[in-house]
Design a protein around this ligand. Structure first.
Ligand code: SME
Length: 188
């Protein structure tokens, strides 16, 4: 893959984000570990190219419904997010993005970094099931405009395609039961 040129994303050049995310996904995948590495690059790219983001990363959905920390950039974060608590689990429950203007007003919000004020969570879906979430925190209240919401929904769709491509390479035990189920159904 060509070297990605790091450039700050602004309202003027945010259209460049999706092609860059696609190019970061454009790697030969022969193991789930490769997907993990791609997600590390994506979290790094987003974190370093948007001002006012203080945490960008992924959580994987596991068999018991908890979310386990995946690749991320930012402060040390909660390792496990229990079912039905917090913003990320709301995205899992709703199977839809969640845009929180002020996390202090979200009753079960799990604070990993006291600097986070607004939060956008985008589910990563395979065959209609959530397998992971992309979680982005901003230090600015109400940071995630409709435009940014749409942009990161687009990022989520690209990553969902990556997971779909990687279904044959489920070689780690803790990945989502839903992910495994949909993979088994496909094999039948
Ligand atoms: N705030 C999230 C927890 C993850 S951290 O923000 C990295 C939540 O309420 O689910």
């Amino acid at each position: 893959m060509d070297m990605v040129v790091v450039q700050m994303i602004s309202p003027q050049n945010k259209d460049e984000l999706l092609p860059i995310i696609r190019s970061l996904c454009n790697e030969n995948i022969s193991s789930f570990i490769h997907i993990n590495g791609i997600l590390a690059n994506i979290s790094s790219y987003i974190y370093h190219n948007f001002e006012d983001f203080n945490w960008v990363g992924f959580y994987y959905l596991t068999n018991d419904g908890s979310l386990v920390l995946g690749p991320f950039q930012g402060e040390v974060a909660c390792f496990i997010l229990l079912k039905d608590k917090g913003v990320c689990q709301k995205a899992v429950h709703d199977k839809s993005f969640v845009n929180i203007e002020d996390v202090h007003l979200f009753p079960t919000h799990i604070a990993c970094d006291s600097k986070s004020v607004s939060e956008l969570v985008v589910p990563i879906m395979v065959d209609g099931n959530v397998v992971a979430v992309l979680d982005i925190d901003s230090r600015i209240k109400g940071f995630f405009s409709k435009d940014l919401e749409e942009l990161f929904k687009g990022v989520g769709e690209i990553i969902s395609t990556l997971f779909e491509q990687g279904q044959a390479y489920l070689d780690i035990p803790f990945i989502s039961k839903h992910y495994k189920d949909s993979s088994e159904e496909r094999d039948e």
